[in-house]
Design a protein around this ligand. Structure first.
Ligand code: ADP
Ligand code: MG
Length: 346
């Protein structure tokens, strides 16, 4: 398994240059002259209404769809014309309809690519167990099951494990959690973020759900109605500064409140907390959204923030929370807010 990638985050892993796709017999482009840069180790989310060209864009990256024009670069190399099979070994692909082979056990599904790559049986068996554990499935319990013996969420995890099997630097994910109930989906999103902290892949993730985009993306590309990108930016800046009316309406109401969910208490400069025993306590893993919700529920305007390990508790006051959000909204960078997601040093 590759280590997280603390270095080289500014290195471009994927670059799409004026890429267009017109399907045969169509009078308009499905994707029109699109430019997109994805840095190494970053999660970029493509989001937009149905039919705006997200899947087409994603599938041009691994050439399941052949671009009509434009160029694709992978890790600096022009891959627009190279052999697509060779290209796909460097790119994992996860789709909504997981696509597991129903007549193969979970273990064989996950081990498929290593087998094609010619690894020996023992090596494959170890890799399969490692991957199942990585996505939160006990290998002894799930290795021999068939896909139909799994829940939708478990099948989705097997799909992720299978895409990771060849340890590709790049992962493409097309609405992977789309068909999953909301509660399981939230859990899979959380697991996905913590998995990404460990594996540090470069990920392009497609969704039509702006909430999911805001939660998962280091950067978000919002596709407009004309099959081009209306805004490409961090979730914070999209919420605080939507580029135009289309983005504003797509992001929807409550942007300021929702941006509270992007700020983790551990990243905020807060004073030490006295008289902890008199106060309600919240974990520093919580977000400002959680904290203000807890204050409103309890009818208090201060909370003790419990530190990790032996770190002393700190004090969060309502007014500090408001100021922290303001600072994040006006800041030009993802300041200290994104460390939990991208695995970079705070
Ligand atoms: P999204 O994933 O954003 O919903 P798609 O990339 O699937 O959008 O589709 C973009 C546009 O291209 C849509 O108008 C769709 O109907 C059209 N399209 C997609 N695939 C094909 C195809 N194989 N042949 C013709 N048109 C297609
Ligand atoms: Mg699609």
């Amino acid at each position: 398994m590759s280590e997280p990638v603390p270095h080289g985050r500014d290195q471009m892993m994927i670059r799409l240059e004026r890429i267009s796709k017109r399907y045969p017999g169509q009078s308009a482009d499905a994707v029109a002259e699109l430019n997109l840069d994805v840095k190494q180790g970053e999660i970029v989310v493509l989001v937009g209404p149905s039919g705006c060209g997200k899947t087409t864009t994603l599938r041009m990256i691994n050439r399941l769809v052949q671009p009509s024009q434009g160029r694709i670069y992978l890790d600096g190399e022009d891959v627009t014309q190279i052999d697509a099979t060779r290209l796909r070994r460097r790119i994992g692909y996860v789709i909504q309809q997981v696509g597991l082979f129903p007549h193969m056990t979970v273990g064989r599904n996950v081990g498929l690519i290593p087998k094609i790559l010619g690894q020996d049986g023992q090596q494959i068996a170890e890799r399969v167990d490692e991957l199942l554990a990585l996505v939160g499935l006990n290998p002894d319990q799930y290795r021999e099951r068939y896909p139909r013996e799994l829940s939708g969420g478990q099948q989705q995890r097997v799909g992720v494990a299978r895409a990771l099997a060849a340890d590709p630097p790049v992962m493409l994910m097309d609405e992977p959690f789309g068909a999953i109930d909301p509660i399981t989906r939230e859990r899979l999103q959380d697991e996905f973020l913590s998995l990404q902290q460990r594996i540090g892949k470069t990920i392009v993730f497609v969704t039509h759900d702006i909430q999911e985009a805001i939660k998962l993306g280091d950067r978000i590309a919002i596709f407009g109605p004309d099959s081009t990108i209306a805004q490409y930016d961090t979730p914070e800046r999209i919420l605080a500064h939507p580029a135009d009316d289309f983005v504003r309406s797509f992001v929807g109401a409550g942007a300021a409140v929702r941006s509270l969910g992007l700020l983790h208490l551990r990243d905020l400069p807060l004073p030490a907390c006295e008289r902890v025993e008199d106060r309600r306590t919240i974990s520093e893993d919580a977000t400002l959204y959680d904290a203000l919700d807890a204050m409103l529920q309890a009818g208090v305007d201060e909370l003790a923030v419990a530190g990790a390990g032996d770190a002393p508790p700190r004090l969060l006051r309502w007014a500090d929370a408001i100021r922290a959000r303001e600072r994040a909204a006006t800041g030009s960078e993802r300041a200290a807010t994104g460390s939990a997601r991208s695995g970079e040093a705070p």
